[in-house]
Design a protein. Structure first.
Ligand code: TRP
Ligand code: SF4
Length: 329
């Protein structure tokens, strides 16, 4: 029944927000079609926060709670923390022996990111950051995954991963590694409440575990049609951030809202109230489940320990074959 093996990962760089929800909901769907492995990639978080590691453990923990709360199911999927599986590091090292530097230097995000973070005063021209996509290839190939659900921004990394698999298979005359394909899902894009990219650093995000009051407050801050001064002015939903959210969270009422907005029959305050109620309705079960899990840390630790054991078993099997193919001890 399984269409194959999936590996995907997220960097634990902060609390998840509702912009991440559609990515996770896609993972939840994939769980019944594939053998899924989901990694909290804390070593990848180190590439940018090696100088302040104080929040990484907390972020890993929050990510585990968020994942479980949205329905990543430990009965179906292997959920684990990357740094617990040393085989990722071993495979990364072995890959590094035959990876031309030029392959890593030409990954399009590489120079961009160094420059971008450089402007913020952060120097990430490190060995580790150069090797970021190679470590990602090891994450994927150590489970011999053939499918990777990712966003478009990750396509160059997947391309490199396939090149590494091909080069390994060619050099050591084997077909140990598949060439993993990206699974690009239609991911609904959500702006932050101020209309810019949703990001914790802009304080324009709605956290996955936001309370009813927090949701209401964030929705009140949302930018609307700037041309609407009086509530009876005809509105332009196509330029309104609230409307983007309505389309996603109020699928049943969207036509009526759009009409009432255009005709000036509904004011923005009322429209936002409706939206806040809809978002709250959607987040309530996640919030409740998350609360329940947070109250049982022992249970969550056991889930992660079981995931770790399962991941390690698979990774060890691959590494045994890798060593044999390469002729190393
Ligand atoms: N680079 C990915 C991102 O920023 C995170 C990641 C690390 C990953 N290892 C992975 C994604 C393996 C998919 C598969 O989103
Ligand atoms: Fe936006 Fe709603 Fe106001 Fe229309 S009524 S401008 S959709 S907030």
């Amino acid at each position: 029944m399984s269409k194959g093996i999936i590996l995907s990962g997220m960097r634990p760089t902060g609390k998840l927000h509702i912009g991440h929800l559609s990515v996770l909901e896609n993972w939840v769907r994939l769980q019944s079609e594939y053998e899924c492995n989901f990694a909290i990639v804390d070593w990848h978080a180190l590439t940018t926060s090696f100088d302040d590691t104080s929040l990484i453990k907390e972020n890993v923990w929050n990510m585990a709670l968020d994942w479980l709360a949205v329905g990543i199911d430990p009965e179906k999927s292997t959920i684990f923390i990357q740094s617990r599986i040393l085989e990722h590091a071993e495979l990364h090292l072995l890959f590094s022996m035959f990876t031309p530097l030029s392959w890593l230097e030409r990954v399009p995000t590489y120079k961009d990111q160094i420059q971008q973070l450089g402007m913020q005063g952060k120097d990430i021209s490190t060995y580790g950051f150069l090797g970021y996509p190679l470590l990602q290839a090891a994450d994927i190939l150590v489970y011999r995954a053939n499918a990777v659900p990712v966003g478009e921004d990750q396509l160059p990394h997947l391309e490199l991963c396939r090149e590494i698999a091909r080069r390994f298979n060619f050099l050591y005359q084997t077909n140990l590694f598949p060439e993993p394909q990206a699974l690009l899902a239609k991911i609904a894009w959500l702006p932050g409440v101020d209309g810019r990219k949703m990001s914790k650093s802009y304080h324009n995000e709605i956290a996955i575990d936001a309370s009813e009051e927090e949701i209401a407050a964030k929705v009140r801050q949302m930018v609307t049609d700037p041309q609407r001064i009086h509530k009876t002015d005809p509105g332009h939903p196509e330029v309104c951030t609230v409307h983007i959210y309505q389309k996603l969270y109020n699928t049943g009422g969207i036509e009526e809202i759009t009409e009432s907005c255009r005709s000036g029959a509904i004011g923005c305050v009322a429209c936002k109230k409706q939206l806040a109620a809809k978002i709250n309705e959607a987040l309530m079960p996640i919030r409740e489940k998350r609360k329940g899990l947070a109250a049982k840390p022992q249970l969550v630790k056991e889930i992660l320990a079981a995931g770790e054991e399962c991941a390690r078993k698979k990774a060890r099997e691959t590494m045994q074959l890798v060593r044999e193919a390469m002729g190393v001890q």
